[in-house]
Design a protein around this ligand. Structure first.
Ligand SMILES: [Zn+2]
Length: 111
């Protein structure tokens, strides 16, 4: 991988790490705050809470993935599929810089 690419991905991943942190804090607050409303309100409240919790998990997942991807970048294994060891196509990394898998391994895991 070219040095310019590595720098580009490093910046992208750092931004993702920083962006997802405050998002998680904000959602956690919403979820905690919302807890007081349970019991008083109808199902709509718990539904939106479930949605928030789902979003939080998702953001946390992205944060974790971006974090470990940064580690792989430092270790020099960034862009290598963590499952089969092949090189992840650059276009895929541009779209999802934190992905640890190539397209076919990702598809297999989702089955
Ligand atoms: Zn693979």
């Amino acid at each position: 991988m070219k040095t310019t690419d590595i720098e580009r991905f490093r910046l992208q991943l750092l931004k993702l790490c920083q962006r997802t942190r405050p998002e998680i804090e904000r959602m956690r607050e919403t979820v905690l705050h919302g807890e007081h409303a349970i019991g008083e309100h109808d199902q709509g409240v718990s539904e939106s809470l479930a949605k928030e919790a789902y979003l939080e998990n998702n953001e946390e997942e992205i944060h974790r993935a971006a974090f470990t991807a940064l580690h792989r970048l430092e270790a020099g294994t960034f862009g290598i599929c963590q499952s089969c060891g092949c090189e992840i196509p650059r276009a895929r990394l541009v779209a999802i810089p934190f992905t640890p898998y190539c397209v076919s391994c990702e598809a297999e895991r989702e089955l």
